[in-house]
Design a protein around this ligand. Structure first.
Ligand code: NDP
Length: 320
């Protein structure tokens, strides 16, 4: 089960096709040991990209990741770390909340580096578009952060194709550092951004993708077929509950399971392998609340080699 590495779009850096993220799973004290265990297992399996964001557990996910990296003692060249900005963690101020203004971005990167105990992050993302700040202001700030060495590459998350192209063109016009990566949701239930909206950007600007929620928050494991299992994300995150327990969606996952049974894998492995089989995806960011889940999902690497065009056509019919 060899890890594969892909160029981040046209950038020179290579990311493991499966990577590991920290949303909802890194934060509380009792989760620190578990997070360290998961990161250790991920790195051992060849994962080199660890995704984070300022807003995850209001900065604690960065603190935990920094602690894990330190305890695990990895050499700096062996991993990439990201962070992202938009929501902020100081909601009592107009300038550091739901924004991509220059002041917020320039101050936030320093705080993230402190929490991560790093002198640079590898990737920094604008976590959402900000309709109030001119894109030009954000592009200058992100470019300046990269120019200062506090981040090596920058990109966007859940921006539209038009917004990404506008940012790229501003950077081109002013000889600034260009965005190289977008981080969209991509899974069997959410395909149109990656497969349709962004289709021209891959060639035109060399956009790379690090995609999130390959299992639609766990729905694609099949574990929500009979309701909400104890201790699951569906139990703890109320706003996801309706999506996770949707009858039609769970019926589709049952059909996916039939294809997985034929291949001899789990629906989770098949869903991850399917996502990674899109060549425009540089890295599929996995989430796991326990190391056993991560170990199961990592076996998607084997399934990638078994997935045929005929399987994909059947999957297309199920999720049409
Ligand atoms: P998934 O869709 O893969 O969901 C992961 C969750 O599903 C786990 O935490 C676990 O939840 C459950 N799960 C995973 N594997 C299994 C398994 N084999 N069996 C049973 N349950 C399983 O990914 P995430 O939604 O966590 O997203 C991955 C990463 O992407 C995040 O950590 C984050 O870094 C990034 N992200 C980025 C966003 C953005 O806006 N840019 C938004 C969201 C995520 P549980 O055990 O609690 O049920």
């Amino acid at each position: 089960m060899e890890m594969q590495y892909r160029r981040l779009g046209r950038a020179g850096i290579k990311v493991s096709v499966l990577s590991f993220g920290s949303w909802l799973t890194f934060g509380s004290q009792q989760e620190i040991a578990r997070s360290i265990e998961c990161m250790g297992a991920a790195h051992e399996a060849g994962i080199n990209f660890f995704d984070n964001a300022e807003v995850y557990a209001a900065g604690k996910a960065e603190t935990v990741m920094g602690q894990a990296i330190r305890e695990l003692g990895w050499p700096r060249h062996s991993y990439l770390v990201s962070t992202k900005y938009f929501w902020g963690i100081h909601r009592d101020t107009p300038n550091a909340f739901l924004t991509l203004n220059r002041k917020y971005l320039m101050e936030s990167i320093d705080k993230s580096l402190e929490r991560l105990q790093l002198d640079h992050v590898d990737l920094v993302y604008c976590h959402r578009p900000d309709p109030e700040t001119p894109i030009e202001e954000t592009v200058w700030a992100m470019s300046d952060i990269v120019a200062s060495g506090r981040a090596l590459y920058w990109g966007t998350s859940e921006w539209s194709a038009d917004e990404i192209r506008a940012a790229w063109l501003i950077a081109e016009q002013h000889h600034l550092r260009k965005p190289v990566v977008e981080q969209p949701e991509y899974n069997l239930f959410n395909r149109s951004k990656v497969e349709k909206e962004f289709s021209r950007l891959y060639d035109d600007i060399g956009l790379g993708l690090t995609t999130w929620s390959p299992l639609a928050s766990g729905l694609l494991t099949g574990k929500y077929a009979d309701g909400i299992p104890e201790g699951s994300r569906g139990e703890s995150v109320e706003w996801l509950r309706e999506m996770l327990t949707d009858r039609d969606a769970n019926a589709k996952v049952e059909d996916l399971k039939l294809v997985a049974d034929e291949i001899g894998c789990t629906p989770a492995q098949l869903a991850v392998a399917w996502t990674a089989s899109n060549p425009n995806v540089s890295s599929v960011i996995l989430g796991a609340s326990r190391v056993e889940q991560l170990q199961e999902n990592l076996k998607a690497l084997e399934v990638m080699g078994q997935l045929t065009e005929a399987h994909k056509a059947r999957i297309d019919t199920i999720f049409a």
